[in-house]
Structure formats: C-alpha cells, structure tokens
Design a protein around this ligand. Sequence first.
Ligand SMILES: C[S@@+](CC[C@H](N)C(=O)[O-])C[C@H]1O[C@@H](n2cnc3c(N)ncnc32)[C@H](O)[C@@H]1O
Length: 340
Amino acid sequence: MAETAGTAGTGRVDTVRLQMLAQAYQRSAALFAAVEIDLFTAVEKGAGSVEALAEALGISPRNAARIVPVLLALGLLERRDGRLANAADVQRFLVRGEPSYAGPWMLFTKPRWTEWGRLAEHLKAQDTRPLGMYESFTVDDARKYHQATYSVGMGAGRRFVREVDLAGRKKLLDLGGGSGAYSINAVQKWTGLRAVVFDLPPVAVVAREFIQQNGVADRVEAMAGDFTRDAFPPGCDVAVMASNLPQYDAAIIAEVIARTFAALAPGGEMHLIGEMLDDDGAGPIGPALWGLSEALFHSTGRAHTEAECLGYFRAAGFVDLTVKPFIPGVLTRVTGRKPG
Ligand SMILES: C[S@@+](CC[C@H](N)C(=O)[O-])C[C@H]1O[C@@H](n2cnc3c(N)ncnc32)[C@H](O)[C@@H]1O
C-alpha cells in the first residue's frame, strides 16, 4: 500500500512525510554504523548506559550520546529497568557470534550507497546489460556477496523445507543458488535427495566452500553456468529459483521458466521465490526498490507482479499453480507442476 500524504494530525497537508523520506538515508547510516562498531553486541554483553557503551566501543561519550537516542527512536534499542537493551529482532540478528547473526546481510547494499546518490543520472543512462552487476563479477566479489546472502539464506532455506514437502523427490535444481542455502537445507532434511546449485562460474567456486563447510559435498554439487543461456542438468524433479527475479526482464524470466519446465522430469515441480509486486504494481516497497536498484547496474531487470509470474508458469506449461507469501512483504512463492 502506498504511504499517504503527510498531515501530521492537523488535517492540513504538510512537509513532514517528505522530510522523513528525504532524510531516510540517515537512518540507514545509523544502522550501518551500529552494526559496524558492534554496538548491539556491546549492549548484549552488558553495556547498559551511554557511558558504558562509549567505553566498550572506544568512542567518545558525546558520540555515544548522539547515536543512542537515534537507535532508541528507531526502536532498535529499548530501555528496560533503566538500562539499554536490544529490541527482539536486534538481539536475534545483530549480536555477533550468534548462529542467527545477519550483520553481513544488513550491510549488503551499503556498497551501493554512492550510486544510489547518483540515481537520477542512472535513470537517464542506457539500460541494456542483461547480466547487469554480474558482468564483471569476480570470485572475491562472489565470496563477499554470499557471506551476506548466507547469513539470511539459511533461514530462508529452513523456511522452504518446513513449507514444501520434497519427500520422494530425487534431485533438486537450485537455479542461481548462491551459497547453496536452499540445497543444503533440503538434503539435510531429505536424506534421499541430491541437489545441484547452478550459478555463475565465480559463484560456483564459493558455493562449493559453503557446501563443504556444511558437510554435504557428497550430495550437493555446484555447476557453473549462466541460467539465461546454458543447458540445465538432466534428471531433476524439483527446481527452485530464489531471490533473483528483479534482476531480469520479462522475456528472460519467461525463457528461464520455460527451459526449466523442459528440463524437469514429468511430474516435477518448480518454485519461484521472488521479490514480487502486487498485481496493482503499487508495492510492496521492498520488491519495488529491488527493481529500481537494477537501474544502478544498467541491467534490463525490473520488478515483476505476481500475475506476471503466474503467466510465465502458465505459458511454460506448468499446472496446479499456487501463489503464497513466503516472507510477507519481501518474498512470494509461485509453484507449478509439470504434468506427469
Ligand atoms: C541474491 S542471490 C540468491 C542466492 C540464493 N538463491 C538464496 O536465495 O540464498 C542471487 C543469485 O542468483 C545468481 N544468478 C543471477 N543471475 C544468474 C545467471 N544468469 N545464471 C546463474 N546464476 C545467476 C547470482 O549469482 C546469485 O548467486
């Protein structure tokens, strides 16, 4: 739903909402900095006051006194019994050392900071690079990128195996599988399942590291390939494609889905887990922004609506189509079955 025009409770249109939006980058900066200086970890370890935080972080009491009210106002910190404490999501995801630590994901888009500042110029540029940001991707880029995606991807992979029953399935094709988070979780749950993480050559190198680290190298392989043009491995009866939808235009996504249909065994199923827009195209804001961010890379990518995604599945020949929120407001799952 679109945000409504600001009236600040007076009934008259004012500038408050516009000012908040214009300065929203400062909120991102406060969160980035708090993660980078490990402020929330210090709070967890007992720094319950501005002075104690300043000492624990090695910053001046004045700077601690500057950032704490912002984090309180944003609801990232709370006061409990007169002491600073982390909000529940901060405690779970931003305390370093916890298995659920997702700091790298929170900083994932920070390298794009300068280019977002040049968005107006990017909007006027040519946008004809189908592979966008991946055109010059190196193994080092891929390693950094997937340390971040892994820190949330494992949670998404766990959610996928909770929601989707793959009992009896033999081989999973994980298109653009990145760290392999979905494949790793799937073979850990279904011991008869094998998986192929199909990703660009530098990413396949990094995927093998995560696969090894999770002790599933005997059942998950990483295959280097570009899903927009390279042949898919044979013998797969389930395919998942997660979190790369807005990086491509309609023609490419439709083609990838059609080629997946052709490659799947009869009776096989495909799950597209993507940042999808509502059918009226007016949000959610997250998927809309992922689509807009493609302008920074001059790619042909854009956000797709749920109805468009259903259309790609139908045109490919999939039946029994379903659409379900996967992470509400963030990711939607469209599923289809290849007739047996
Ligand atoms: C945001 S990551 C998501 C990774 C993983 N699916 C997950 O959800 O954790 C997007 C992935 O798609 C891969 N990808 C994008 N375009 C691709 C292409 N043309 N061929 C193969 N992989 C691609 C990227 O390399 C990256 O690993």
